[in-house]
Design a protein around this ligand. Structure first.
Ligand code: FAD
Length: 406
C-alpha cells in the first residue's frame, strides 16, 4: 500500500482544475468507480469491516445499527473522488464535510486509516482497473480530500463548536407526513439561505440526517426545517411523528453550496420538489432582504395538490413582491397549478438564458431538472444544487424528499 503524503495532496490540488478534458487522474478514478458500481454494497461492507478491525474504537462513532448508515463515509469519499476535476465544487464540498466531521469527534490521525481501508476496498472490488498508476491516482485524490477536510476542521475549531444543542420551540404538522420543526440553538448559529444542517435526534443517537433551512437567517436566531416522514425512515419519522416542543436536537455545522451570488443581476429560476421547496423559500427571502430585486421564478412540484403544503406562504410572498412568480406543478390532475412533471413544465415555459438555476428535491428531479435547464439555455456552471449521490444508492434523498448529498 502506497503511503499518502501531504505534498502529494498539494500537487493534486494544483492539478485539479475545471478542464474541458478530464485529467489522467480523473479518468483513472472514474474507471475504478465504474467497475465498483455493481458491487458497491459489498465494497462498502468490506471498507467498514477493515476500518473497525484497524481501529475498533472508531466503531463507537457510528450508530448501533449500521444498515442505513453504512454507505455515508464511503459514499462521500467516492462522490468526492468522482468530482476530482471540478476543483471549486469539490473543495467546497470537502470543507463542509471536514467541518461536519467534528461532530463525530473525528481526529486528523484517523484519516490515514480511512485512506488505507478505502484503498484496500477499491483494490479488492475493482481488480481489473487497479494497477500502480490507478493506485497512485487514488492516493493523490485521497490525500487532497483528507487534507482539505483536516484543514477545514482545524480552522473551524477556532470559531464554532462541533455541534449545537437546539430545543424545539414549535412543531407544526402541515400534512399527515410533513412537519415544520422550529428550534432555538443554544449558541448563535450562522448560516446562509439555501444551506442545510445535519440533525441528530435523541431517539437515534449517532444517526445524522441533512435538513435544509426553510428561511433566511432570522433576527430571533430560530431555525425552521420542513421534514417529510419517509416509510421506515429513522430520523424523519421521529421528527414528524414523535418530536415535541421541549425536545432537544443536535445540529451539525451548516453546509451546502446552493447560495446566492448577490453581485449578479440575472433572474433566478428555482425548482423545488416536495420538501425541497424549503431552501427555495429561504432564497426568496434572501432576495427580498437584499434590496437588489431580481426576477425570481419558483416552480413548486408535488405529486398531488394536497402535497403543496407550503403553497399559501409562497402565494403570500408573491402578493408582496412583484418580482416573484410562483407556479405549482402537480404530477397528477391539479386544480391549483400546472399538471405534469416539474422539469417538463419548466422546459415548456423557457427559454431561461438570462437566469441562474437553483434546484432542490428528489435526486431524479434534480437530474432531469438540470437537463431541462441546460436545454433551456442556462450554462451548467450557473446551475446550483447540492450533491446528488452517484455511486451508492440514492435511498436517503429519494422519491419523496430530497437530494442525496453523500
Ligand atoms: C442536502 C440534503 C438536504 C435535505 N433536506 C431535507 C429537507 O429539508 N427535508 C426533508 O424532509 N428531507 C431532507 N433531506 C433528506 C433527509 O436527509 C433524509 O435522507 C430523509 O429524511 C430520510 O431519513 P430517515 O433517517 O428518515 O430515513 P432512513 O433511515 O435513512 O431510511 C429508511 C428507509 O427508508 C428508505 N427511504 C429513505 N428516504 C425515503 C423516501 N424519501 N421515500 C421512500 N423511502 C425512503 C431508505 O431506503 C431506507 O430503507 C435532505 C437530504 C440532503 C442530502
Amino acid at each position: 500500500m502506497t503511503a499518502i503524503s501531504a505534498n502529494e495532496g498539494a500537487t493534486a490540488r494544483r492539478e485539479t482544475g475545471r478542464d474541458a478534458q478530464p485529467s489522467p487522474d480523473a479518468l483513472a478514478v472514474r474507471r475504478t468507480l465504474a467497475e465498483i458500481r455493481p458491487v458497491a454494497d459489498e465494497a462498502t461492507s468490506y471498507f467498514y469491516a477493515l476500518l473497525f478491525t484497524y481501529s475498533p474504537h472508531l466503531r463507537d462513532m457510528f450508530p448501533a445499527a449500521m444498515d442505513a448508515q453504512r454507505d455515508r463515509i464511503f459514499g462521500a469519499l467516492l462522490t468526492a473522488a468522482e468530482h476530482i476535476d471540478d476543483s471549486e465544487t469539490l473543495l467546497r464540498y470537502l470543507r463542509d464535510l471536514g467541518r461536519g466531521h467534528r461532530k463525530y469527534g473525528t481526529r486528523a490521525d484517523q484519516y490515514p486509516l480511512v485512506g488505507e481501508a478505502l484503498m484496500y476496498a477499491l483494490e479488492r472490488y475493482a481488480p481489473r482497473s487497479w494497477n500502480p498508476e490507478t493506485e497512485a491516482a487514488w492516493v493523490r485524490a485521497y490525500t487532497l480530500m483528507s487534507q482539505t477536510m483536516i484543514d477545514a476542521a482545524a480552522e473551524d475549531e477556532a470559531v464554532a463548536p462541533p455541534w449545537w444543542d437546539a430545543e424545539i420551540v414549535s412543531h407544526e404538522r402541515r400534512t399527515h407526513d410533513v412537519a415544520v420543526v422550529t428550534v432555538r440553538p443554544d449558541q448563535p448559529y450562522a448560516y446562509r439561505a439555501g444551506q442545510y444542517a445535519s440533525i441528530e435526534t435523541p431517539w437515534w443517537p449517532r444517526v445524522w440526517r441533512s435538513y435544509s433551512f426553510a428561511s433566511s437567517p432570522r433576527p430571533d436566531g430560530l431555525l425552521s426545517f420542513h421534514v417529510k416522514s419517509v416509510p421506515a425512515g429513522w430520523v424523519s419519522r421521529s421528527l414528524v411523528h414523535r418530536a415535541r416542543p421541549g425536545d432537544v436536537l443536535r445540529l451539525g455545522a451548516p453546509a451546502g453550496s446552493m447560495i446566492l451570488d448577490h453581485s449578479s443581476d440575472r433572474g433566478l429560476l428555482c425548482l423545488g420538489g416536495s420538501t425541497g421547496i424549503a431552501p427555495i423559500k429561504a432564497l426568496v427571502e434572501d432576495v427580498a432582504e437584499h434590496g437588489h430585486r431580481r426576477q425570481v421564478e419558483v416552480f413548486f412540484g408535488a405529486n398531488r395538490d394536497n402535497e403543496l403544503y407550503d403553497l399559501d406562504s409562497f402565494l403570500d410572498l408573491e402578493r408582496r413582491h412583484p418580482w416573484l412568480a410562483v407556479r405549482p406543478v402537480v404530477a397528477e390532475y391539479s386544480s391549483v397549478g400546472l399538471a405534469g412533471q416539474l422539469p417538463e413544465a419548466v422546459r415548456q415555459l423557457g427559454p431561461w438564458r438570462e437566469f441562474d438555476g437553483y434546484l432542490s428535491g428528489p435526486p431524479q428531479m434534480i437530474r432531469k431538472g438540470v437537463d431541462a435547464l441546460v436545454s433551456s439555455g442556462i450554462p451548467a456552471e450557473r446551475i446550483r444544487h447540492d450533491f446528488v449521490g452517484s455511486l451508492v444508492p440514492d435511498h436517503t434523498g429519494p422519491a419523496a424528499s430530497h437530494p442525496q448529498a453523500l
